[in-house]
Write a protein that binds this ligand. Structure first.
Ligand code: FUC
Length: 776
């Protein structure tokens, strides 16, 4: 049974390749489980295994050439600007550090002739399970990566005593990038190495076998288990990024974990995963036969959808999978989820499997707050703090500015100098500014004043950079220069093409939201006195404007765009993830955003997974459920691998997270200062139930709908603040503890937001109390 409470992925065959393997992870230590009976492979990652150490990549010639580059851009001499910027403003060396695999755990068994096979990933438990018969014996395996015990666990069991025998190995790449591989204590293998590069980390992985019955010994670099009834394998891994002595730490971790029974290890792992996963339930029902679909393996369900079928249950599953992946790749104390979460098999991964911060890393964290995994956001905040230190140096040395800055990438060392010599992307100074909005969003949802007090300085320092960096565009407006509209190209009337520019729309939109957040946070914390320069700058930032096609304009001038179907839709930042453009309050700009989105789609946009996922979110914000739904289905059809990983192509995890966030955004929104239930519900999702989604202001919301209409919702207040709610006019009643509550027509809202079909009400709430909205 695959119901909404116990969502799982399952398959009738082992993974034939990496994109069919199933991911486990504890935020830091990850495995891709192939589930092969006779030649098991678990590809391993540890999030701090990266090539190379910290490096000072700030270009020493930047400051000297900055004025000339600015002049060339403003004069429209793009070719010259590009040539000079490529030399003077790029990082030295050109590239940051890259992520790498830890290695692979393999098991050889005499089980080639197996049958009656099943492989599954239970999302609520965080456990992969494989079962099959070989030689008349039923074998079962379980795999998980435990956050409480810091170990990856493999358990082998069989229904006949003494029937488990295998040889285990640890390897690392075809070239065997290992410096030391030895046995220890008769039951362990120790694999050690240096990640490479100056200042790079050392890593260590320890594998230990604990058979019940039978024997364990080592021969060479093989670990042999023979004739066991059951076996627990424990794998620990550490690097010098976190630990002075990774081997000692691994040994200690394994020793402590081995003192617990398998059931105890499993029990604490399942409790640790099921609680956060269980905070949200989603059960979408359409006209399709959900029970029949649930009987099918996940890859067959995906195939049916590819062929045009409907599968509302697969959407719910995909949603929960995104939450599972976030929990498995980003936990307090880990590094943030990178381009591949933590799951990467390549020594030189696509785009280095690092942090691309012109959309991808931010997208990874879109579901964190709305989908009730706020603690998974923390690793990103830790990274921002480290970027702040490096970004100050970059700001001062490259640009002569206060504050801190980052460009379109960062890495394990929180590097802030530009990445690549790739003009459409490299010289974009907005990475830190955008990331700092995640601090503000975390506060908007959770209302933790201490958190805000801690990160206010960071937000302010990111904003302060722009007090110095912005230049007058010639008409009094303040703009970034140089910058780009990631990663698009524009065409000047004289035919010249380029990317470097002054004041791309996205930059002004990010700055508006950041500066407003700094001002508001300052007021909340009683430090508003320092906000005058931010207020003054806010008044001089360019406003979003509408271009010749009726589209929201992408650049300061209404240039032709070279790629109207470009995957980046940066100029709609204010629609999503920003909140300055809304259907109700800025209808003209929302209409222009729609035109911009339609133009992108008409020219082939959405061809990468993450781009498609962003489009889902944008349609949801435009309150167009049908378009949002069509793009959710395209995400599943075009951009999803058999293990439900997002396919850029290749695998890139942002689309999973963006897709999950988009589905949530279709059901609940709160960015505009009020809660909106079912803002973009498509016809295909006829009925359903969502429990535990979060809204800004400290609210947790359950929604039930039927026949395409709200039936009931429960809004639980965690902070006791005022609840503002936009509802269909005369369509609902609010009660608490069975008694109707007094609601006011919301004074702030009705002038701007209320139309004939909706009304906004507001009422005070008490902490811990639930407010029931019932359709009349
Ligand atoms: C951005 C995107 C690419 C890719 C890369 C990791 O540069 O334009 O499509 O997602 O990040």
């Amino acid at each position: 049974m695959n119901d909404a409470n116990r969502p799982f992925l399952w398959y009738r065959k082992p993974a034939a390749e990496w994109n069919e393997a199933l991911p486990i992870g504890n935020g830091r230590l990850g495995g891709m489980v192939f589930g092969i009976p006779d030649r098991e492979r678990i590809q391993l990652n540890e999030d701090s295994v990266w090539y190379g150490g910290p490096a000072d990549r700030n270009n020493p010639d930047a400051l000297e050439h900055l004025p000339a580059i600015r002049r060339l851009i403003l004069d429209g001499r793009l070719g010259e600007a590009h040539r000079l910027a490529a030399m003077a403003l790029s990082g030295t060396p050109e590239s940051q550090r890259h992520y790498m695999p830890l290695g692979e755990l393999s098991l050889q068994l005499d089980h080639a002739g197996y049958g009656d096979y099943r492989r599954e990933l239970d999302l609520a438990a965080g456990v992969v399970a494989v079962s099959y018969t070989a030689g008349g014996v039923r074998h079962t395996r379980e795999y998980f990566s435990s956050y409480p015990d810091r170990v990856l666990v493999v358990r082998l069991a069989a229904d006949r005593k003494g029937s488990i025998s295998f040889a285990a190995r640890l390897t690392r790449g075809k070239q065997r990038y290992v410096d030391e591989l030895r046995s220890s204590g008769g039951r362990m293998l120790v694999m050690k190495g240096h990640c490479g590069g100056r200042g790079g980390s050392d890593f260590c992985a320890v594998l230990a076998a604990y058979p019940e019955g039978g024997s364990v010994r080592t021969i060479g670099e093989h670990l042999l288990v023979e004739g066991a009834d059951r076996v627990t394998l424990l794998l620990a891994a550490e690097t010098t990024f976190r630990r002075a002595d990774p081997e000692a730490e691994c040994m200690r971790t394994v020793r402590e974990a081995s003192a617990k029974t398998y059931d105890a290890l499993r029990g604490s792992h399942v409790a640790d995963v099921s609680a956060p996963i269980g905070r949200v339930r989603l059960d979408i029902r359409g006209s399709d036969d959900a029970a029949a679909a649930a009987e099918l393996p996940t890859d067959e369900r995906l195939e049916r959808v590819r062929e045009g079928g409907e599968d509302s249950g697969l959407v719910s599953l995909y949603f929960q999978y995104g939450r599972y992946l976030l929990l498995a790749s980003s936990r307090p104390g880990s590094l943030p989820a990178n381009l591949q979460g933590i799951w990467n098999e390549h020594m030189r991964p696509p785009w280095d499997s690092k942090y691309t911060i012109n959309i991808n890393t931010q997208m990874n964290y879109w579901p964190a707050e709305t989908c009730n995994l706020a603690e998974c956001h923390e690793p990103l905040f830790d990274l921002i703090e480290r970027m702040r230190v490096n970004g100050r140096v970059t700001a001062r040395r490259m640009y002569g500015c206060r504050g801190f800055v980052a460009h379109h990438n960062t890495d394990i060392w929180a590097d802030t100098a530009p990445q690549d010599i790739y003009l459409p992307a490299t010289h974009w100074p907005m990475g830190a500014a955008w990331l700092c909005l995640h601090l503000w969003e975390h506060y908007r949802f959770g209302g933790d004043r201490d958190f805000l007090a801690r990160c206010y300085g960071t937000m302010k320092e990111a904003a302060a950079f722009f007090l110095d960096y912005l230049i007058d565009s010639g008409d009094g407006r303040l703009v970034t220069c140089p910058s780009v509209s990631p990663e698009n190209t524009y065409v000047l009337p004289n035919g010249e093409q380029g990317q470097l520019c002054a004041g791309p729309s996205m930059d002004s939109q990010i700055l508006r939201e950041l500066f407003e957040a700094v001002v508001e946070a300052g007021q909340l914390l009683g430090e508003g006195g320092e906000s005058a320069p931010f207020r003054e700058t806010l008044a001089r930032l360019p406003e979003p404007c509408v271009g010749k096609h009726g589209q929201l304009q992408e650049w300061l001038a209404d240039y032709e765009e070279k790629h109207p179907g470009h995957r980046h839709i940066s100029h709609l930042f204010a629609l999503h993830p920003g909140s300055a453009i809304t259907v109700k309050e800025t209808p003209e700009l929302a209409a222009a955003a729609r035109v911009a989105l339609e133009r992108r789609l008409a020219h082939g946009g959405g061809h990468t997974g993450w781009s498609r996922a962003w489009i889902v979110n944008m349609w949801a914000r435009l309150e167009d459920g049908e378009q949002a739904y069509a793009n959710v289905m395209e995400l599943l059809r075009q951009s999803t691998l058999p293990n439900l990983f997002d396919n850029h192509p290749p695998f890139q995890i942002d689309g999973n997270f963006g897709g999950t966030a988009g589905i949530a955004e279709m059901l609940l929104q709160s960015h505009a200062g009020y809660i909106r239930l079912l803002p973009a519900l498509p016809k295909a999702w006829e009925s359903g139930r969502a429990e535990g989604l979060r809204a800004r202001g400290g609210f947790v919301v359950d929604i039930e709908w039927e026949g395409g209409k709200l039936r009931t919702a429960a809004i639980r207040s965690a902070l006791g603040g005022r609840c503002r709610l936009m509802l269909d006019r005369n369509a609902a009643r609010v009660s608490a503890d069975g008694r109707p509550i007094e609601t006011d027509a919301d004074a702030d809202a009705d002038s701007v937001a209320d139309s004939g079909s909706t009304k906004t009400i507001s009422f005070p709430t008490e902490t811990g109390r639930a407010y029931i909205v019932k359709a009349l």
